[in-house]
Design a protein around this ligand. Sequence first.
Ligand SMILES: Nc1ncnc2c1ncn2[C@@H]1O[C@H](COP(=O)(O)OP(=O)(O)OP(=O)(O)O)[C@@H](O)[C@H]1O
Length: 268
Amino acid sequence: MIPLSIHQVKKQYPDGTQAVKGVSFNINPGEGTILLGSNGSGKTTLLRCMNGLETATTGSIYVDDIDVVAAKKRKDHRKIKRVRQQVGMVFQRFELIGNLGVLQNVLFGSLGRIRKPWEMFTSTATKEERDRAMECLDRVGLSDYAGQRARSLSGGQQQRVGIARMLLQEPQIVLADEPIASLDPKSGREVMNLLWEIVRERNLTVVCALHQLAIAQEYGDRLIGMRHGNLVMDSAEKSVSTEELNHLYDDDEEEEEATAAVEAEMTS
Ligand SMILES: Nc1ncnc2c1ncn2[C@@H]1O[C@H](COP(=O)(O)OP(=O)(O)OP(=O)(O)O)[C@@H](O)[C@H]1O
């Protein structure tokens, strides 16, 4: 079964910004896909639509047999929860609670058992959950840091806690939104190595937004490029040269003007 299928997805924000303009692709099981594109090309929006953090305006996004877009529109919480259990997120800014301990942060990965936000602070983990969380911390090499406050860790260590939190969820799909953008090159590479090692050993399907082209070429099984909310490059369809990758980041004032002119003509 195709784990992730995206069909004609559009996302327009309430202020009128068209962040994603009709994107379609299927991701195969175990595929490590890297999403590329300059700032504002729509990568984060698309990732957030995939796990229902944002609701796509039109189109469908199937996670296994669930259409996330339809589930969000119908406010079908049972289906949204099933999607969230299957889809783990790794964020650029780690999204840890700095004042809390490392182990507690990982335990919040078992979000399936938390129904209301305040339960994050009142619910206590079972011994089994704590043991599993410790195993996840051990996998990312941080079991010795379990009792420390998250904010006392370096950026690279905090991202490893983010990976451990994602692991505790036991997802089938991992969405990583610029997981190394806040890290120095050495820590970034360490985190990328760890993330890829883990997804490979568990045969997880990954979609990872990145800006570092060399790393994208090194790690990605497949490279997908976005520009102004459109999918403009997919290495599954044709091989992609470094030149074409660089073109994704070209200064495109002229192209924007041309696109705006075409759009204005179409709406007049
Ligand atoms: N909540 C929002 N409301 C309105 N516009 C938004 C919102 N979030 C993002 N946008 C806009 O949507 C477009 C796509 O943004 P998005 O963050 O998805 O791009 P991106 O490719 O992830 O960029 P970056 O590489 O900088 O993270 C941009 O024009 C952005 O300003």
